[in-house]
Design a binder for this molecule. Sequence first.
Ligand SMILES: [Zn+2]
Length: 155
Amino acid sequence: MDKIRIDEIDERVDSATVQRPLTDAVNAMNVALNYYELAPGDSFAYGYHMHEKQEEVFVIQEGQVTFETEEGFVSVGPDEVIRFAPGEYQQGINKGNERVIALAIGAPQEAGKSEIRRACESCRERTPNTIERSENGTVKITRCLECGTETARFE
Ligand SMILES: [Zn+2]
């Protein structure tokens, strides 16, 4: 048995306002578990993305999340759960005025190949992106894989 307090787990630099990785803290063996808080405008993810081998489930506890999905935009609120299959593209963004609190569960832990797409100003379209960590580790930068343009910074 493993029990933790979520607010005792250190935050990680991420696209989200607050991300606390819980997987290792509870010694989870088969699922990846993350706690999220999203201020208005923030996202769970660095872009519209998919994981080749991992399904993802989001449990929204507070606020309202707008997911861009392959089937259009879907709004998910408290007491609702949304699940994406491996290979399915999605991105959840807080487009409301309230802070979002949510849990994300991914399985298996090994996600396989992941692809992230963001709008690139130079290419004038959504392109595959890579994520870099700044030298001091406090910033993450997304960059267009086709032309090298920086598409966003997350601190
Ligand atoms: Zn580009």
